[in-house]
Each structure stands twice: as C-alpha cells, then as structure tokens.
Design a protein around this ligand. Structure first.
Ligand code: ZN
Length: 353
C-alpha cells in the first residue's frame, strides 16, 4: 500500500485547491469495509465542500468525493455483505450515510435521518486510492459496466429518481422541463423521464450540448439564451399550458422562469442552487397557479437497488446509463474539479484510479 494517496481539503478554497498527500488506509471497523477504488466521479458537492458552505462547518481536513467504485479489499470483523458483493469482488458505493437505528432509518427514509450525511462531505470520501464505507452502502456493479460508469451512477440517478418518482409522482404522458440537460443530474433526469413514459424538454447552455440531449431521449431541447423568451417557448411547446413538472437544480438564475413555465397545478422540484440560493418569489403566481414546490436531497438507498434491477432486466440495452464527460487520472483531481466548475462538459466528470 506504499502508493496509497488521497486529496485533502485542509482549508476552504477555490475549485482545484485540494492537495495531494500520501496516507496509510485504516482497517475497517465492524460493519464497515475498505474499498480499493478504481474510479470516482465528481459532483457539484465536491466543489461546495472544497469552497465551504456558509453556516455548515465541515470536519477539516477532509477528503472530498461522494461517488466511487472499486474492489472490496477488507471487511470489518463479523460484517455481512449485501447480495452480489463479496470480498475481493467489485462494488459501487451508495453515497448516503445514516444512523440506521432512528425511526426515519427504520422506515427506509434514510435521507431524512437526523444524522444523514454524504460521503466526502461529512467524512472522508472517494478522491483517494482507498475509502472506508459501511457494508450496507455497497451495491454490485451491473455486469458489463466499467468502474468509471459505476462510479458515475449512484448520486445523480438516485437524486433524479427521488425527485421524479417520489417527490413528483411523475405520470406517463406528463411533460418535464429539465434545466441543465448537460449536467450529471440533468442527463440522468432526461433518461429517467423517458423511461417513465414522460416527455422531457431539456435546457442547455450551448448548441453543442443539444444533440447529446436528443440522443438521451429529450423530446425538445432549448438553448438557454434569454430566459424570458425561453418561458414563452416552453408554453408554445406545451399548447400554452406549461410543463407538469419543473426539474430545478440551478436556483437563483432560473427560478422565476421555472414559475412562469410551470402549468397550473404543476410541480417544481429542486435539489440544488448552482447559481445561488436566494431568489425573488412571486406568491401570487404560486397560489393563483396552484404550483406545488418540493425540496429534495438525495434519496432512499433502497431505490438504488430498484434502479439496479431495472438495468439488470436488460443489461445490453438498459433504459438509462451514466453519461461520461471527461475521464481524468486521480492524480489530476484538482484539474477535474476545475473542469467541472467551468461547466463546459456534458455528463459526469470521472477520475480513473
Ligand atoms: Zn437514522
């Protein structure tokens, strides 16, 4: 293990500021396992964790990284492994950590656990050659998937599934406006909307990303440009009705347009605020249009197994798959962070280990 290394946030700073350091991976305690990581995927949370979040102190120094896949290298004493996962075999990681004994955990709502946190945010994550995680957070990797694909899957697909299926109860035939169609969570949402029988109107920042959204199954793609005319285009595409669901994760810059593009009785669901958390809010539009607003954060760990079973039903042509943008070497994790922050890519930024 002489070559083991990780990236550390010693103090908060800009994207790309975590520093490389050698380390000695610890042995897993009972209930936990150690993975020798083969790939990790970046998320917006890597950037927020690196930059620091006002009012949310993090346990520094900290290794970021929520998503990862690798080989189960060591298992804590007396620890059972999930079905399809074995010592020496491959596995991917469910990024949500919870206490497993509170009422929320017992009914399966682990993301509502008072102790809920995300790997790489509340404890050391996957920007490393090795990581410790609870055995209950492992899942088998679909047969023909690479470690890179496996690492790019859990966080964004779980998030998008929770938002569409459980927060919005998306019904076949409904229309969904997906902001940031080229982002990790946006590219997952486009595919899930189609798989669920809905129709996605994807919004992207450039023409170059439009074609990729078509390929993922978007019914319509709008290049962002002027937001006022964008709401008008959405109404045109929906027979002046507006969309049934707005899939929000962009926040301040787009919220007013989301309200304008939402149909009467429609739902707006949000899992993020990449352009800022504070936004003007028109209460009249809210009650007159009877819009329902739903906040969402990750999802039940159990539902990763649901997604896995949908993939395994048709492994050669699954209804959805992670979209890889650029693959970096883990040694260039800071460069991967800067690439994600620049927002020019399409899909998930991944590091090979
Ligand atoms: Zn709990």
């Amino acid at each position: 293990m002489a070559e083991a290394f990780r990236f550390r946030i010693r103090e908060h700073g800009p994207a790309g500021s975590p520093v490389h350091e050698p380390f000695t991976p610890a042995d897993p305690k009972p209930g936990w396992v150690r993975l020798s990581l083969k790939a990790m995927a970046l998320n917006r949370l890597d950037l927020w964790t690196t930059e620091g979040i006002p009012g949310f102190p993090l346990p520094l120094p900290l290794t970021p990284g929520c998503d990862g896949a690798g080989v189960v290298e060591a298992v804590g004493e007396g620890t059972a492994l999930p079905p399809g996962v074995e010592l020496g075999g491959s596995a991917m990681i469910a990024p949500g950590l919870s206490c497993s004994v509170c009422p929320a955990c017992l009914r399966g709502d682990d993301m509502l656990c008072p102790a809920y946190g995300i790997l790489g945010h509340v404890c050391d994550g996957t920007a490393a050659t090795h990581v410790l995680v609870p055995a209950a957070n492992l899942l088998p990797i679909p047969g023909n998937w690479s470690f890179e694909q496996a690492a790019a899957f859990p966080l964004v697909f779980l998030t998008a599934w929770e938002m569409l299926v459980h927060k919005c109860q998306l019904r076949p035939g409904e229309t969904v406006l997906v902001w940031g169609g080229g982002s990790g969570v946006g590219s997952a949402a486009i595919q899930l909307v189609r798989a669920l029988g809905g129709s996605a109107i994807a919004v992207v920042g450039s023409e170059a990303k439009a074609m990729q959204c078509w390929d993922l199954g978007a019914e319509h793609v709008l290049v962002r440009g002027d937001l006022k005319s964008l709401a008008g285009k959405v109404r045109e595409l929906t027979g002046k009705r507006g969309v049934d669901v707005v899939f929000e994760h962009t926040g301040a810059a787009t919220w007013t347009t989301s309200m304008a593009a939402c149909s009467r009785g429609g739902r707006i669901v949000t899992c993020g605020a990449t352009t800022g958390p504070e936004t003007p809010f028109n209460l009249q539009a809210l009650f007159a249009k009877q819009i329902q607003i739903r906040g969402s954060y990750m999802g039940r760990r159990e539902h990763l197994w649901t997604l896995l079973s949908l993939i395994q039903r048709n492994p050669t042509n699954p209804p959805f798959r992670p979209v890889l943008d650029q693959v970096f070497a883990l040694e260039d994790y800071p460069g991967a962070q800067r690439h994600l922050a620049a927002g020019q890519g399409f899909g998930k930024v991944v590091c090979r280990i």
